[in-house]
Design a protein around this ligand. Structure first.
Ligand SMILES: [Zn+2]
Length: 398
């Protein structure tokens, strides 16, 4: 039998006497059904309640297609008979704020920019509405927020109506009802009327505030993430702290932080470019010195040298006339490279099995240059030692 839903007409009751109607399981966890319950089961984009039943903790509340509401328990002995029930009110009130705020915000999007809400999800930490809009910017969001919050400040009543199908026309519903038969209409006068089975605050002022914090385009619509009530305050708190601290540490005005970040990033990019050019010149000089006159093969292993530099040194050495190179580094990326001058015919890929076996890594390359990423610095060095002899043999030096 379907459980009676007391929260429909009174979402403010936090404790009640509960009569257990049935004990069973829901999705493999112990659960009980009550004759009548104040616990909201997950549905309509709103999460289920938590609380206690007798001594047992209610960790989830779910409703079946037949309307049976299962209070999922944390595994303790299932209560029976009549017990005291207590809702986690902080959690429920938070959901009521988010849910009512969602109605107000969705109506604002519809009234200001003619953009209907296609779906909504009220999560543990963040809530989202998907709105039929091509795009958004902070200015549009600001206008919508301003209008929505004005409805909050006006502290309008949030009225509940049970409406027979033939009377539904009395209300200008924002969205056609999803269920047939008698429906529950949640009305904020001169602002919004929605068919909804969720829990809401009794006056819009209790929503506290409504703040959109980000948005993204999805499926040709825009999905807005928003916070209401205490969530909005807590979000405001850490964002303010982050911005004010960032500005204070760099001795800036709050409003200059973004411009300063951009400047710093541009400067860093310029420095990186300059450093790369300088490194390339140094490596070219190093390559010429190592190759010498007449040109010799180049063997070298560094404790620390970025892979890109090892590669550049190998290429520049070959360019400077080295008949062969065998270079490596223990870190930061343990690696080695073996190359030979183009006119020589040896196919260095024949060295790969021997290199990979010693380096215990991955590698590949062309007939004139092979590269290997080693398991660690020790393996890289071991493979490199072997490579020096192997490449000399390959090019016919020994
Ligand atoms: Zn609702």
């Amino acid at each position: 039998m379907a459980s009676e839903r007391l929260y429909h007409d009174d979402p403010y009751t936090t404790s009640f006497r509960a009569r257990i109607a049935a004990s069973g399981e829901h999705a493999g966890r112990p659960a009980v059904e009550l004759e009548a319950t104040c616990f909201y089961p997950e549905g309509g984009g709103q999460l289920g309640d938590r609380g206690t039943l007798g001594g047992a903790r209610v960790v989830d509340v779910q409703v079946t297609e037949e309307g049976r509401i299962w209070h999922v328990l944390d595994g303790a002995d299932a209560p029976s008979g009549e017990v005291d029930a207590e809702l986690d009110w902080a959690r429920r009130f938070d959901h009521m704020q988010q849910h009512t705020g969602q109605h107000v915000l969705s109506a604002a999007f519809e009234r200001l920019v003619d953009a209907p809400t296609l779906s909504s999800t009220l999560g543990e930490e963040r809530s989202v509405i998907e709105v039929a809009l091509a795009g958004a910017d902070w200015q549009l969001v600001g206008r919508v927020e301003e209008a929505a919050n004005r409805v909050v400040w006006e502290d309008r009543p949030v009225a509940l109506h049970w409406v027979e199908p033939e009377d539904v026309g009395r209300f200008q519903l924002r969205k056609a009802p999803a269920v047939a038969g008698r429906i529950r209409v949640v009305e904020i006068p001169d602002w919004d009327a929605s068919a909804c089975g969720g829990t809401h605050v009794r006056r819009s002022g209790e929503v506290g505030s409504i703040k959109v914090i980000r948005w993204e385009k999805v499926r040709g619509n825009v999905r807005f993430e928003f916070l209401c009530g205490a969530r909005a305050l807590h979000d405001h708190a850490w964002r303010t702290e982050a911005l004010v601290e960032a500005a204070r540490r760099r001795t800036l005005k709050d409003r200059d932080v973004i411009a300063q970040l951009e400047r710093a990033a541009a400067e860093r990019d310029e420095l990186r470019k300059g450093l790369a050019a300088l490194t390339a010149r140094l490596i070219e000089t190093e390559a010429r010195e190592r190759v010498g006159v007449p040109p010799q093969g180049v063997a070298g292993f560094d404790a620390r040298r970025p892979r890109e530099e090892v590669r550049l040194l190998a290429l520049k050495s070959l360019e400077a006339g080295a008949p062969w190179v065998a270079l490596g580094a223990a870190g930061p990326d343990p690696c080695l490279m073996v190359g030979r001058a183009k006119p020589l015919a040896a196919d260095l890929r024949t060295l790969l099995p021997g290199l990979l076996e010693r380096a215990q890594g991955k590698g590949g390359g062309s007939p004139d240059l092979v590269q290997v990423a080693a398991l660690d610095g020790g393996k890289a060095e071991e493979a490199w030692r072997w490579a020096v002899e192997a490449v000399r043999q390959a090019v016919g030096e020994s």
